[in-house]
Design a protein around this ligand. Structure first.
Ligand SMILES: [Cu+2]
Length: 504
């Protein structure tokens, strides 16, 4: 337990401006600071080791050690511009270069010697409050670190559990909103029950000046943060961080454990995996198994949960915050791909995920002024064949990502479709024969009998909620992938078809 006065003190302390700042070289001495009490020797601690730290979704291996040891953790804070969504960049403040921060795994009773470095290119001082620490500020008071400096402190991991760590430098909300959080697991002495695969998933809400999907480098929006109105709610720091070829992977028959964290700073997560039931839930990341057979578990801001479940059937299982607009409109969506033999006794086999994905799309962006400039730009570009070729390649690249998010659940990764259910786009005579028809199909959806490469299909493709620009991108991609060769599908062509189908 941290006494309030101490926490307040930590806060006030970290709110002070950095006195050691700027171009000053890092301190050369590593000796104890004046006033630091000499550390007594702990008879329980045997030996020393360097912590294995992993970026999400990876988790360090289980600890097999039967005794407590000294674990040296070296974590570096670095401020980096990274992709938040297609075409959207953000200056993240990170523990270890990634959001969430690197996963730390120690054993109950270990003495953790913590080294926090702050990269010389940082603009801000930072510190760390680990909820696993018993002591004022959870380490924050001892780890306030200016750019180009490093701090050291030690703590004994007294309580087992899955704990959040985060930066607690003022303004704390902003440091956390910029991605400064991660998880530290203090494994109980006897270890956790063995499972086949473990993954690290951490949710966070993000506040950008632009709305969801608006392109460019997006600054932090203080007002939206205060209003608790995020533009993004993300798993592992980006839209699509666990989608397509980045999806979590496991096999039928395996037991999977998810270490789920929530950095906040504001929202509580209703964590759910579509199509699975959590066999076991360690609520709030505590070590007492309190619940079994749970559909959705709450993960508070600055909190965690541990869930595990056995995989009985193959398919794609979708991880969501079940506050669903966050999942389908703000990014809180990931995937677990499970391979292996069907088990028709457990599940008959009709795809559920596809319907959910049908609605999953990035909304259009660009206000009218930007749109006008872009259309001018396009006219000039179209007039130059060399630039036009680059323009087409750009459409293909952008379209590839939209395909991975919107179409691949039905038409499959290589456009091969599923025989008799979802028609192929690869080498599709139907697709290539009529450009306007393809555009119409994507805008309005399509149903009724069609013949693709000599095979009959009679299914329903729901309309996909994409902007005209995104439709142009994705159709240019599919008409130029997997053995198809076609020309560019321009935004103007899509707009024209769109206007016609509205007027009908
Ligand atoms: Cu910070």
């Amino acid at each position: 337990m941290k006494p309030l006065s101490a926490a307040l003190l930590a806060f006030l302390f970290t709110a002070l401006p950095a006195t050691t700042h700027g171009a000053e070289p890092p301190p050369t001495t590593t000796g104890p600071l004046p006033g630091t009490a000499a550390k007594g020797t702990d008879p329980e601690i045997v030996g020393e080791e360097k912590a294995v730290l992993t970026p999400a979704p990876n988790v360090p291996p289980p600890i097999r050690r039967k005794h407590a040891t000294k674990v040296v953790v070296k974590l570096e804070v670095i401020e980096v511009v990274k992709r938040m969504a297609d075409g959207v960049d953000y200056l993240f403040w990170t523990f270890g270069g990634d959001v969430p921060g690197l996963f730390i795994r120690v054993r109950e009773g270990d003495l953790v010697e913590f080294h926090l470095g702050n990269h010389p290119t940082s603009k801000m001082p930072h510190n760390i409050d680990l909820h696993a620490v018993t002591g004022p500020g959870g380490g924050a008071t001892s780890s306030f670190t200016a750019p180009g400096h490093s701090s050291q402190f030690s703590f004994k991991a007294l309580n087992p559990g899955l704990f959040v760590y985060h930066c607690a430098t003022a303004p704390v909300g902003m440091h956390v909103a910029n991605g400064m959080y991660g998880l530290i697991l203090v494994e109980p002495k006897e270890g956790l029950p063995p499972v086949d695969k473990e993954f690290y998933v951490m949710q966070g809400d993000f506040y950008t000046k632009g709305k969801f999907g608006e392109e460019g480098l997006q600054p932090f929006d203080q007002q939206k943060a205060e209003d608790e109105k995020p533009s993004y709610v993300l798993f592992n720091g980006a839209v699509g961080s666990l989608v397509g070829d980045k999806a979590l992977k496991a096999n039928v028959g395996e037991r999977v454990r998810l270490f789920v964290g929530n950095g906040g700073p504001n929202l509580t997560s209703s964590f759910h995996v579509i199509g699975e039931i959590f066999d076991h839930v360690y609520q709030e990341g505590g070590m007492k198994l309190l619940q079994e057979n749970v559909q959705t578990t709450i993960v508070p801001a600055g909190g965690s949960a541990i869930v595990d479940f056995k995989l009985d059937v193959p398919g794609t299982f979708i991880l969501v915050d079940h506050a669903l607009f966050r999942a389908f409109n703000k990014g809180a969506l990931g995937m677990l791909n499970v391979e292996g033999p069907q088990n028709l006794l457990v599940y008959s086999g009709k795809e559920v995920d596809a319907t959910y994905l049908g609605d999953y799309a990035l909304p259009g962006s660009a206000d009218s002024r930007v749109a006008a400039l872009q259309s001018d730009l396009k006219r000039v570009i179209a007039a130059d064949p060399k630039i036009a070729a680059i323009g087409k390649d750009l459409f293909i690249e952008k379209g590839k990502r939209i395909y991975a998010q919107t179409c691949f659940a039905c038409h499959q990764a290589e456009g091969q479709g599923i025989s008799g259910v979802f028609p192929p786009l690869a080498k599709s005579d139907y697709l290539m024969a009529d450009k306007a028809r393809a555009i119409r199909g994507v805008i309005n959806g399509q149903s009724g009998e069609i013949i693709v490469n000599g095979q009959k299909y009679n299914g329903v493709m729901p309309p996909v909620l994409l902007s005209d620009e995104q439709i142009a991108h994705v159709l240019t991609f599919v008409r130029n992938a997997w053995g198809n060769t076609g020309d560019i599908v321009t935004v103007e062509e899509v707009q024209k078809v769109h206007a016609e189908s509205v007027n009908q």
